[in-house]
Design a protein around this ligand. Sequence first.
Ligand SMILES: NC(=O)c1ccc[n+]([C@@H]2O[C@H](COP(=O)([O-])OP(=O)(O)OC[C@H]3O[C@@H](n4cnc5c(N)ncnc54)[C@H](OP(=O)(O)O)[C@@H]3O)[C@@H](O)[C@H]2O)c1
Length: 332
Amino acid sequence: MQAVVIHKTGGLEVLQLVKDFPLPEIKPGQVLVKLHSSSVNPVEAAGRAGHVPFSLPRILGGDLAGVVAQADEGSGFRRGDAVAALTPGFRPAKGDPQGTYAQYVAVDAAHLAKLPASIPLDTAGGLPLVGLTAWQALMEAKPVPGQRVLVFAAAGGVGHVAVQLAKSLGLFTVGVTGPKNLAWVRESLGADEVVDYTSQDFADLYSSPDKQFDIVLDCLSNTPDRTAKILSVLKPSGHYSHIRNSAGPSAGSDMTALQQMQAAHAAGEGPSVSITLVTPNGKQLEHLFQLWEAGQLRLEVAQVLPLARVADAHQQVETGHTRGKVVLTIPQ
Ligand SMILES: NC(=O)c1ccc[n+]([C@@H]2O[C@H](COP(=O)([O-])OP(=O)(O)OC[C@H]3O[C@@H](n4cnc5c(N)ncnc54)[C@H](OP(=O)(O)O)[C@@H]3O)[C@@H](O)[C@H]2O)c1
């Protein structure tokens, strides 16, 4: 099969399209999927560049949408079913399975979601990783309709889904983004208010008690300066939902500082704090596709590139300023 394989870490040139990679074998409980689309996420660009240790050679990627090519009876899936998944291949750690920049992938049945007929296979592969991240990070906060949420990087892959999910849950939603995305985040994604991070300081705007938030959803670095500001805009009873990051628009999470915040909360001081590392989940993904079908969630696709142009896709994601997602289409 065709796949993009890296034999060493480094620049864009290490992403090599090969035509004769062996087909994956399915293990018990797995389903073989023939892919129509995948997508590129900041974590894969970081892995390719050598910032994450993993075994080589390797196919990167965790997102997929495609059609079941082979399934055991009892898997809940049948040949020809349209499906999507986040697979553990996105997390390029040692021992994790091969990724999804490929024509075929063996997927655990529990990670697969059935795809409604109205959702296009050639872009659905952009949703799983960012959709599940946004969903899992929001659920950590146990949101209640009417609460106020602040979403950072609101135009990015994770953020643009988070804004829409927050609205679908009945939250008053404020998105932080750059000037070229302000109108889009408000008008197309439905944010109630927007903040331009290049010319406005969210701490100046939202630190009075009547403006503070119940939830802050954050995928950027928790530097001491930002943390102090975030605490100033969170209600004392609020929740800081931190998405662990080390790539894309962010320089990384300070885990020690986050754990200290968690310990402080346990001792009765400061907001509750969660740290999200997304996990594959077919049932949750199915829920997101139902929201998509119901018109409550749309995927913004900044670029659709064929698998052979995966290097251009990495280059775009590495800018840290993509609106929505960069989707890869897989040759049939
Ligand atoms: N822990 C996990 O499981 C998990 C899962 C997914 C992602 N992540 C991490 O979360 C981060 C975001 O991922 P992503 O896929 O959403 O990335 P992305 O799509 O590349 O994010 C790009 C967006 O970030 C915005 N941005 C850049 N700097 C900003 C700033 N200072 N303030 C507000 N917005 C800013 C850009 O807006 P402008 O163009 O307007 O500047 C752009 O829309 C990455 O670090 C990623 O590694 C972690």
